[in-house]
Design a protein around this ligand. Structure first.
Ligand code: ADP
Ligand code: MG
Ligand code: MG
Length: 255
């Protein structure tokens, strides 16, 4: 059972001009089996939230805590956070030239489990995960993210979910740049992962369209570094109809 608890999280982005406060007190509890959609305008700090939780070196948590099954993540290295069961799918995934998808995934799996997966089973597991994302077998021998289309990157991210089987997953703009077919394949993969029932999932998105295929337990509106409203999927429908203006105006008035 996997519970992710974010408490009063404040974080800065470290810029050339010094630290700049972006997260201003984020509170969120994700219980096992829940999918939480975080929606907000560009620049509101959604990616910062993901990076801060994952331990990206350009972001500094100033106060607050993030726990996964009671383990404080903010005191751990990036690798240790992954080992504790956290997975972050990035808005801008990095290229790893010369490292094949297959080797990349095997190294990640070995780091997580503390031992290398048996090669025979592993090859089959990778093939199955790729097939689930409608990626060709040959994809396993390509260099990670090198020349991948937007859709291939996202499919690869979700194949990783299946293979690495983390306790908690944060997916940042998994829907951006996908055509309708890719959006379906990716959404189906996310749903398969969620159906395991004991995983905590955060889905960060700018658009409501992915929520036509993925049913969120809760929807949160994220503006100016924190959550300003929470609700069910009806909140996403309201955002689709009205946009974020009501919230950004209120945030500007309060500033
Ligand atoms: P979102 O994902 O919601 O679009 P981000 O977390 O990417 O928002 O960005 C939040 C804010 O932090 C924005 O105002 C952005 O300009 C600022 N920011 C992010 N990274 C940097 C950086 N490296 N240098 C300066 N400002 C940054
Ligand atoms: Mg952005
Ligand atoms: Mg972002």
């Amino acid at each position: 059972m996997s519970t992710l608890v974010i408490t009063d999280l404040h974080a800065d982005v470290l810029t050339e001009d010094g630290p700049k406060q972006i997260l201003k007190g984020v509170n969120l509890t994700i219980n096992p089996g829940e999918i939480h959609a975080i929606m907000g305008p560009n620049g509101s700090g959604k990616s910062t939230l993901a990076y801060a939780i994952a331990g990206h070196p350009k972001y500094e948590i100033t106060t607050g805590s993030v726990t996964l099954d009671g383990v404080e993540l903010t005191e751990l290295s990036v690798d240790e956070r992954a080992k504790a069961g956290l997975y972050l799918a990035m808005q801008y995934p990095v290229e790893v030239p010369g490292v094949s998808v297959s080797n990349f995934l095997r190294t990640a799996k070995t780091a997580l489990d503390g031992e290398a997966p048996k090669l025979r089973h592993w090859v089959k597991d990778v093939e199955k995960a790729l097939e689930g994302m409608q990626l060709d077998k040959s994809f396993a021998s390509r260099s990670v993210n090198e020349g991948f289309s937007g859709g291939e990157k996202k499919r690869h991210e979700i194949a990783q979910l299946e293979l690495l089987n983390p306790k908690a997953a944060i997916l940042d703009e998994t829907d951006s740049g996908l055509d309708i077919d890719a959006l379906r394949v990716v959404s189906d993969g996310v749903n398969r992962f969620a159906e395991k029932g004991d995983r905590a999932m955060v889905l960060i998105t700018h658009y409501t369209r992915i929520l036509r295929y993925i049913d969120p337990t809760f929807v949160h509106v994220f503006v100016d570094g924190h959550i300003v409203e929470s609700g069910g999927r009806e909140l996403a429908d309201k955002l689709e109809a009205n946009g974020y203006e009501e919230y950004t105006k209120a945030a500007a008035a309060a500033a």
